[in-house]
Write a protein that binds this ligand. Structure first.
Ligand code: PLP
Length: 425
C-alpha cells in the first residue's frame, strides 16, 4: 500500500516536532541557551567547517528555531527553511544571499509599505537597486528585466489592496530569464496558497502575522524551494563560487537543493545577525498548530463582512477577491481556492474624513499597525503603514487617502459586523 501523505492540519501539528529526546517533553521546549557544548575538538572543527550539521551558537541556529523551520518548510513544500527575527530580516537575508552591489531586482509596486521603503531606501545603500513593475500586469515585470536583474519579488495576496498576483505567469517569466522568483506569502499562508507549486523558488513570510496568529511575537522565514540552479549562470557567486570563510567550499555544489537556506544562514545570518529569539520561535510554533482552523475562519468571516459592506449605503466600494464580482476573483479561485484571505480594503462615500472617523469609532476592532492577529484590526494605510509613500506611490500601491484596511479576525462574525455598523453610521 502506498504510504499515506499527511494532510495540512496534521503537518501543522506534527511536522518537524517530536517529543524532546532529552526529557520526553511532548511540546518542543524553549531552548533558552546561547551556545552548545561540543563532543570534542574534532566535532567542534567539523561544525565550524560545515562538515557536520549541529548546534554552535544561537545567532546561527537553535533547536526550537529548527522545529519551526522544518514545520514551515513542510507546509510550503520547500526543501529547507531559515527562521529569523522578522519578515524584514527575511527579506534582507534573502537578497543578501543573491545580490552584489550594482545588481538589480524587479519588484511589484503593490507591496506592504514597509517593503517598498526597505527596497527603495535602505537597500539602495547596499548598492541593490529595485526596479518597480505592476503586479497586475506580468508583462510589465518582463519589461523591467535587464542583464543586471538577479530576482523578481511579488506578494501572493498583495497588502493592502486585496490583489491576487498571477504567480504562475510571473514564474514563467522568471524561468525564461534564469532568475529566481521570490514570493512573500504572508497574507495567504501555505494554508491558502503554496507558491512553490506554482513555480516560485523562494518563499518568504512575516511570521509575525497569520503564521503566529496571535500578535505576540516578531518572526520571519525564508523557505528554499530547492528548485533553482544557483550555479548555471555564474551570477550568484555566494552560492556557486569557492567561499573564503569556509576554506573555499562551494555552497551550491556541496549542499544541492538546500544550498540557499544554508547560505542565508551561514553567511547572511552569521554576519548580519538578525536571529529569532527561542521564545518567539516557541510562540509562533504554538500558533502554527491551529493555522488551518484559524485561516478558514478568517476567510469565512472576511467574506461575510465584505458581503455586508457591499450592501451598506455608506460604503463606496469594497476590494475583496473573495467576492464573485471582484476583479481578482478568478485568480483567487486559482491560487487561493479555500478563501481569499482576511485582509482587504474598502472606501466610504465620505472619503478621507469618513474613513478616519470610522477608524476612530470602532470598539471591538483594534486600531493598530498589524495584520493577521486572531483579533479584528483596522487601519488607515495612507496615514500609517504607507505614509512614507508619495501620492503617486500611494495610488499605485492601492492605498489612496480614502482606503480603510481591515484584517478580519476569528471573533463571532455578527459582533464584527455590528461593530463596523456602529462605526460607519
Ligand atoms: N510582508 C508583509 C506582507 C507584511 O505585511 C509585513 C509587515 O506588515 C512584512 C512583510 C514585514 O514583516 P515584519 O513586520 O515581521 O518585519
Amino acid at each position: 500500500m502506498a504510504e499515506r501523505k499527511p494532510g495540512f492540519d496534521t503537518l501543522a501539528l506534527h511536522a518537524g516536532a517530536s517529543p524532546d529526546p532529552a526529557t520526553g517533553a511532548r511540546i518542543t521546549p524553549i531552548y533558552q541557551t546561547t551556545a552548545y557544548v561540543f563532543d570534542d575538538v574534532k566535532h567542534a572543527a567539523d561544525l565550524f567547517a560545515l562538515r557536520a550539521f549541529g548546534n554552535i551558537y544561537t545567532r546561527i541556529m537553535n533547536p526550537t528555531q529548527a522545529v519551526l523551520e522544518s514545520k514551515v518548510a513542510a507546509l510550503e513544500g520547500g526543501s529547507a527553511a531559515l527562521a529569523v527575527a522578522s519578515g524584514h530580516a527575511a527579506q534582507m537575508l534573502a537578497f543578501h544571499t543573491m545580490m552584489q552591489p550594482g545588481d538589480e531586482f524587479v519588484a511589484a509596486r503593490q507591496l506592504y509599505g514597509g517593503s517598498i521603503n526597505q527596497f527603495a531606501q535602505s537597500f539602495k545603500s547596499f548598492g541593490w537597486h529595485v526596479v518597480w513593475a505592476d503586479a497586475t500586469d506580468p508583462a510589465s515585470i518582463e519589461k523591467a528585466l535587464s542583464p543586471k536583474t538577479k530576482a523578481i519579488f511579488i506578494e501572493s495576496i498583495a497588502n493592502p489592496g486585496g490583489i491576487i498576483t498571477d504567480i504562475g505567469a510571473v514564474a514563467k517569466i522568471a524561468r525564461a530569464a534564469g532568475v529566481p522568483l521570490i514570493v512573500d506569502n504572508t497574507l495567504a499562508t501555505p494554508y491558502l496558497c503554496k507558491p512553490i507549486e506554482h513555480g516560485a523558488n523562494i518563499v518568504l513570510h512575516s511570521l509575525t502575522k497569520f503564521m503566529g496568529g496571535h500578535g505576540n511575537s516578531m518572526g520571519g522565514v525564508i523557505v528554499d524551494g530547492g528548485n533553482f540552479d544557483w550555479s548555471a549562470s555564474g551570477r550568484y557567486p555566494l552560492l556557486s563560487e569557492p567561499n573564503g570563510s569556509y576554506h573555499g567550499l562551494k555552497l551550491h555544489e556541496t549542499f544541492g537543493n538546500i544550498a540557499f537556506a544554508i547560505a542565508a544562514r551561514v553567511l547572511g545570518l552569521r554576519d548580519l545577525g538578525p536571529a529569532i529569539a527561542p521564545m518567539n520561535a516557541f510562540l509562533i510554533l504554538t500558533g502554527m498548530e491551529t493555522l488551518g482552523l484559524r485561516m478558514q475562519r478568517h476567510c469565512d468571516n472576511a467574506l461575510k463582512v465584505a458581503q455586508w459592506l457591499k450592501t451598506n449605503p455608506n460604503v463606496a466600494w469594497v476590494s475583496y477577491a473573495g467576492l464573485p464580482d471582484d476583479k481578482y476573483h478568478a485568480l483567487a479561485k486559482k491560487y487561493c481556492p479555500k478563501g481569499a484571505g482576511s485582509v482587504f480594503t474598502f472606501g466610504l462615500k465620505g472619503g478621507y474624513d469618513a474613513g478616519v472617523k470610522a477608524v476612530s469609532s470602532v470598539k471591538l476592532f483594534s486600531h493598530l499597525a498589524n495584520l493577521g492577529d486572531a483579533r479584528s484590526l483596522i487601519i488607515h494605510p495612507a496615514s500609517t503603514t504607507h505614509s512614507q509613500l508619495s501620492p503617486e506611490q500611494l495610488k499605485l500601491a492601492g492605498a489612496t487617502p480614502d482606503v480603510v484596511r481591515l484584517s478580519i479576525g476569528i471573533e463571532d462574525v455578527g459582533d464584527i459586523i455590528a461593530d463596523l455598523e456602529q462605526a460607519i453610521s
